[in-house]
Design a protein. Structure first.
Length: 136
C-alpha cells in the first residue's frame, strides 16, 4: 500500500492494492460531497483489486453501453421533436431530455482505470503481483 494513503477496491470495498481509477469530474464531485457530509476529506486511493477486475470489466462495459443507449435515445428525441414541430421550445425540451438521460446514465457510473487497456493486457501476459514493482 502507498505511504499514508489507504487503498480501497471500488467493487468489493476492502482495503487492497490494485489498479487505481482515473479521477474525473464525477469522482471529484462525489469526493467533495462526501467531504461536506463527513466534515473531513478522506484522501483514500480508489482502486480495482486483481480479484475484482473481471467483475469491474463487466460493470464498466454495461455502464458504457447504457450511456451510449441513452445518448442515442436523446438524439432520437431531438430529431423527432424537431421534425414534428421545429421550434425553439421543442429544441430546449429535447436538450433537457438529453441532459436528463445523461444524468440517468450516471446512476450506473463506474470510473475508468488510470491505465490503458493495452497495458492491462500486457500485465496479464506477464504475471506480476500488485505489491512488486515492475521492471522497465
Amino acid at each position: 500500500m502507498t505511504q499514508g494513503r489507504k487503498s480501497y477496491c471500488i467493487i468489493c470495498g476492502k482495503e487492497k492494492d490494485g489498479i487505481e481509477i482515473r479521477e474525473d469530474n464525477v469522482s471529484r464531485a462525489i469526493r467533495t460531497i462526501n467531504g461536506y457530509v463527513r466534515g473531513k476529506r478522506l484522501n483514500n486511493r480508489v482502486v480495482v483489486c486483481k480479484e475484482c477486475y473481471p467483475k469491474y470489466n463487466k460493470y464498466r462495459k454495461r455502464y458504457i453501453s447504457r450511456q451510449r443507449l441513452y445518448l442515442i435515445l436523446g438524439v432520437a428525441v431531438l430529431v423527432v421533436s424537431m421534425l414534428l414541430s421545429p421550434s425553439i421550445g421543442s429544441l430546449l425540451f429535447s436538450v433537457m431530455i438529453i441532459i436528463l438521460l445523461y444524468l440517468l446514465s450516471l446512476i450506473n457510473w463506474l470510473p475508468a482505470l488510470s491505465v490503458s487497456r493495452g497495458s492491462i493486457s500486457r500485465r496479464k501476459a506477464e504475471p506480476v503481483s500488485l505489491g512488486e514493482k515492475r521492471k522497465q
